[in-house]
Design a protein around this ligand. Structure first.
Ligand code: BEZ
Ligand code: FE
Length: 295
């Protein structure tokens, strides 16, 4: 009998046989990644012991996920989001020193060429919703203001839709804007209070959430990208802590440090100065950037 292992596949040696076949991989990182993926995947299959039908269902789920993808719909990213993988990759790549603002997912609704606006501008172009003023400072980790920092903001409207989801209903660039800080590092702008909304749930990922008894909703939030020379770019949100879905964000994007206070203000004199008709929401939030390469 031949003592040398023949390399034929068995249930017991499945990982070793597949991994050994990749010995000649040209890219060492790919080889390492595939070794880990093979080990973990085989481990999962051995624990689950799927029937042939169940395995085919899994294949069909991934097939439908692929078919759902278009230039503007990325169902695989959505899958990664609801599995918590997007937030895990984000966390691994954005480990921050204490005191620095934390990051969260980018999401699919950012538009690259939003207009640069003067400080104080109202980004709500159709004036639908509850008035809100947002202000704060962009600081370094020593608490010093960052001059020339660029804040790119976008949010859903008071019905939970982004402008790009309602073309012809909302004006283009509704609830989007780019602001640049002066020497004091301060920013402020006006908007309306955003509402919670479902992630796109008319595809296989929505069906999966439904089957798992999970909500497709994201709690109300504003998105930000903050950039400044000599600092790491920060992709983040601020959240309304009183939102009904704050503890069950479909994509796990909420972090304690990103909860802002949404204060309801009934002050006629301030409302008049801000150009609001009555009571309004007041949100103050400072962002702290870490020094680094920037983008
Ligand atoms: C968003 O907040 O815009 C978002 C993030 C992940 C998936 C879907 C939407
Ligand atoms: Fe969003």
């Amino acid at each position: 009998m031949n003592a040398k292992p023949n390399g034929y596949f068995t249930e017991e040696n499945s990982v070793e046989v597949v991994t050994a076949r990749n010995a000649g991989a040209k890219d060492a990182r790919l080889k390492q990644v595939m070794e880990v993926v093979t080990r973990k995947l085989h481990e999962a299959v051995k624990e689950i012991e799927p029937t042939q039908d169940e395995w085919f269902q899994a294949i069909m789920f991934l097939t439908k996920t692929g078919h759902m993808c278009t230039d503007w719909r990325q169902e695989f990213i959505l899958l990664s989001d609801v599995l918590g993988v997007s937030m895990l990759v984000d966390a691994i790549n954005n480990r921050k020193p204490s005191g620095a603002s934390e990051s969260t997912v980018l999401g699919p609704f950012h538009v690259a060429d939003a207009p640069e606006l003067p400080m104080g501008a109202n980004i709500c172009l159709d004036h639908k919703g509850e008035d809100m003023v947002i202000s704060g400072r962009i600081l370094d980790t020593d608490g010093k203001p960052i001059s020339g920092a660029v804040l790119d903001v976008w949010q859903a409207n008071d019905e939970g839709f982004y402008d790009v989801q309602q073309k012809g209903i909302q004006p283009d660039f509704n609830l989007r804007g780019v602001f640049r800080t002066g020497a004091d590092g301060r920013y402020w702008f006006r908007a309306v209070k955003p509402k919670f909304y479902p992630i796109p749930d008319d595809g296989p990922v929505g069906q999966l959430l439904n089957a798992l008894g999970r909500d497709p909703y994201r709690p109300a939030h504003l998105h930000f990208i903050l950039k400044a020379d000599g600092f790491e770019t920060l992709v983040t949100h601020i959240f309304d802590p009183d939102d009904p879905y704050i503890a069950t964000d479909a994509v796990f994007g909420v972090k304690q440090s990103l909860l802002a206070e949404f204060r309801k203000v009934d002050d006629a004199a301030r409302a008049k100065v801000l150009g609001f008709k009555g009571w309004f929401w007041d949100v103050e939030f400072d962002f702290v950037l870490t020094r680094g390469a920037g983008t």
